[in-house]
Design a protein around this ligand. Structure first.
Ligand SMILES: [Fe+2]
Length: 254
């Protein structure tokens, strides 16, 4: 078991454009387990006027899901966070300290809390056409406060198809880029595939994830991992799929 950690998926049923039923949800989870993911974090969309989810609503849905799967043996470990669209709602929730951050392991929490260096991280997606105004500055301010933005699928944004330059300083400032593995097999078109390959060569990515919405996505993720391995080699692949994502769940981003 490779012990991969998936930081981006939509398996929680009936809350966004991902799994709609419990059986779809189970198929995604058991499928990801089968291809090596020992830990899968659900990251339902939170976006005003499109996916009106709340932290408490998603927490309730996740608790109900856990109760449903308690007896099953074909499940990876799971966790709950969210994928925030980067707009006014996101900034407001940040100010109100009401974001669904990535879960941090208890042990790490207690070990690091006294040193005051436990980092939190939150998954954010940008509009595809252009970066939000002042986002680089605002993300940097978050990092200074110990909150690392995790930028979802940069390879899909139109403004990054040709070059990575628009987010260079953001990445230098502590924002972490997360690859959607399916991009490597053309799931999001040729431009995203080429951008993903270029960003891999540039060393842009901190981690790689499934962004699985449907059971059929699992086969694409499996093929994507093969591509990843042949492009980067086993060790670097392991960093993106296991070591680095685990650091986020340990709050170990110092
Ligand atoms: Fe997503």
């Amino acid at each position: 078991m490779p012990g991969y950690v998936d930081l981006h998926s939509h398996f929680l049923p009936g809350v966004d454009d991902g799994a709609q039923t419990l059986s779809e949800s189970l198929a995604i989870c058991s499928g990801l387990l089968e291809i090596g993911f020992g830990m899968v974090v659900a990251t339902p969309h939170i976006r005003a006027a499109m996916f009106e989810n709340t932290k408490s609503g998603l927490s309730g849905a996740y608790r109900a899901f856990l109760a449903e799967v308690a007896e099953r043996t074909d499940m990876p470990e799971t966790g709950l966070a969210a994928e925030y669209f980067c707009n006014d709602l996101f900034w407001r929730l940040l100010e109100e300290d009401d974001l669904l951050f990535y879960p941090v392991a208890d042990e790490a929490e207690s070990k690091r809390a006294h040193r005051g260096v436990r980092a939190r991280a939150v998954l954010v997606e940008s509009p595809y056409e252009k970066l939000p105004v002042r986002v680089e500055h605002r993300f940097f301010e978050m990092v200074v406060r110990g909150i690392h933005p995790v930028l979802a699928h940069p390879e899909r944004y139109f403004f990054l198809h040709r070059e990575t330059e628009p987010i260079d300083r953001m990445l230098e400032g502590g924002t972490l880029a997360l690859l959607d593995i399916k991009a490597l097999v053309g799931r999001h078109g040729a431009k995203s595939q080429r951008a993903a390959e270029r960003m891999l060569d540039e060393g842009v990515y901190f981690a790689a994830s499934s962004d699985a919405h449907h059971p059929e996505d699992v086969a694409l993720v499996a093929r994507g991992i093969e591509r990843l391995e042949s492009r980067l080699g086993e060790e670097e692949c392991r960093q993106l799929l296991a070591d680095n994502p685990r650091r986020i769940l340990l709050g170990d981003l110092g």
